[in-house]
Design a protein around this ligand. Structure first.
Ligand code: CA2
Length: 148
């Protein structure tokens, strides 16, 4: 499969602050970990991180033109606010899984709201970096089912 992993605002700060919530590993560590897992399963993966909502929308739209078959997205704070990301994900029609490093449902009330979740295949939250390979596995299973 051709996969895109999208990470939203402030995830470039991983490993720098709030290690009790997000761990001690960096964004670069996260990318290397996901790349190794994806490639082990024979998938091609690319990565995009931005602190800007419009840039995330552009990357999702570009995925459509690039023939991406599955998206793993951690929209970070935009999870809880962004109709634009939901519209982009629905617009391109690429199957996607929502991921959160922390257990969003066990934190502040505002983190329980997700605009993108209604269109996601699944949401994986609270599993740290391991949530990303789990999301890829969900996309693989879905892909197998849809090409059979
Ligand atoms: O748990 C997640 O993955 C989140 O998507 C992370 C977002 C947060 O707004 C969501 O509610 C849950 C925040 C990402 C910020 O990451 C930082 C990492 C290190 C230091 C500061 C921020």
């Amino acid at each position: 499969m051709k996969l895109l992993v999208v990470n939203g605002p402030n995830l470039n700060l991983l490993g720098i602050r709030e290690p009790e919530i997000y761990g001690r590993k960096t964004y670069e560590d996260l990318v290397a970990y996901i790349k190794a897992c994806a490639e082990q399963g024979g998938d091609e993966v690319s990565f995009f991180q931005s602190n800007h909502e419009g840039a995330l929308v552009d990357a999702i739209q570009q995925a459509y033109f690039d023939g991406v078959e599955g998206i793993v997205i951690n929209p970070a704070a935009y999870t809880h606010t962004s109709v634009a990301l939901l519209d982009a994900l629905k617009g391109v029609g690429i199957p996607f899984v929502e991921v959160h490093i922390s257990a969003v449902d066990e934190r502040e009330d505002f983190r329980r709201v997700s605009y993108v979740r209604q269109a996601a295949l699944a949401c994986v939250a609270g599993k740290g970096f391991d949530g990303y390979p789990e999301a890829i596995e969900i996309l693989r299973e879905h892909h197998k089912g849809s090409v059979r």
